[in-house]
Design a protein. Structure first.
Length: 277
């Protein structure tokens, strides 16, 4: 019951929420909530038209959670990141940090080269584009071809841990337009918003299938290498989540939000352990 319905729903919900925030990435969420490999496999099976009934149900539930998370993120969490960024990032920092203690059990041997490749792949771009300066450019003229290509790039990063699809859209200049369109379409939809999100969404889906296939090929050939690489990506994602990059606040409250994030991922893991018992 938990593994079939609750875990994928929570994972999808969190992935959708963080997908609306530049610097936060849904790929890391898929890893720490325990659905990453299954999501990659299901996407590849879908691309080959070899989906099992359980995989169809899994993708539907993740999709429902993802859509719900996008709506919540574009309305509620955007407010939290804009008005209380220090404590909001503290929550996600604690969540990811605690998840690393469970992720380390996924590898049999530590490989420093693959780990550092993953770590630096995330950290270096964020050292160039400072987390504190992640604005949201609002395009005045929509180039739908470039929007489509941007969707492919952002979609490819959606399940890649440590790389923020929202940040990619920010850099390319389409983030603010996407967030505003999602916010408006839930209240007073316009044809232009539907077209904007449709083009971006189709591109993102294509990007998802491309990266899922590449990850599957790597898993088949070198599972230990890719797991060390993924853990490097997740560790690297802590850099842009560092609360001090996003404002100032009370250290005691920061630690409280660290603990709440850790407790959240602990509850997810306990639920999964009980369902497998």
């Amino acid at each position: 019951m938990y593994e079939i319905y609750i875990r994928p729903l929570i994972a999808g919900l969190l992935m959708g929420i963080v997908s609306t925030i530049p610097g936060a990435d849904s790929g890391t969420i898929s890893v720490i909530t325990g659905v990453f490999k299954r999501l990659v496999d299901a996407l590849n099976d879908l691309g080959k038209l070899k989906l099992k009934r359980a995989d169809v149900l899994f993708l539907i539930i993740v999709g429902i959670g993802l859509l719900g998370g996008l709506v919540i993120g574009s309305n509620v969490l955007v407010w939290a990141f804009e008005n209380q960024p220090f404590y909001t990032y503290s929550f996600f920092f604690g969540l990811i940090l605690f998840a690393l203690f469970t992720l380390k059990n996924e590898i049999e041997s530590f490989r420093i080269i693959e780990f550092l490749c993953g770590l630096l792949l995330v950290v270096i771009p964020y050292m160039i584009v400072k987390p504190s300066s992640m604005g949201a450019a609002d395009p005045t003229h929509v180039n739908y071809i470039f929007l489509f290509i941007s969707g492919i790039i952002a979609g490819a990063t959606m399940i890649l841990p440590g790389v923020s699809g929202a940040l990619i859209l920010t850099i390319l200049g389409f983030y603010n337009g996407a967030i505003q369109a999602i916010g408006r379409i839930t209240k007073q939809p316009a044809l232009s918003d539907v077209a904007y999100l449709l083009v971006l969404g189709v591109g993102a889906i294509i990007g998802l299938f491309i990266i899922a296939r590449l990850i599957e090929m790597w898993f088949e050939r070198a599972k230990e290498s890719i797991m060390n690489f993924i853990i490097g990506l997740v560790v690297g994602s802590l850099y842009q989540m560092t609360p001090s990059f996003h404002g100032n606040g009370n250290t005691g409250l920061m630690l409280v939000w660290f603990a709440i994030g850790a407790l959240f991922i602990m509850i997810i893991n306990i639920g999964g352990a009980r369902s497998n018992a």
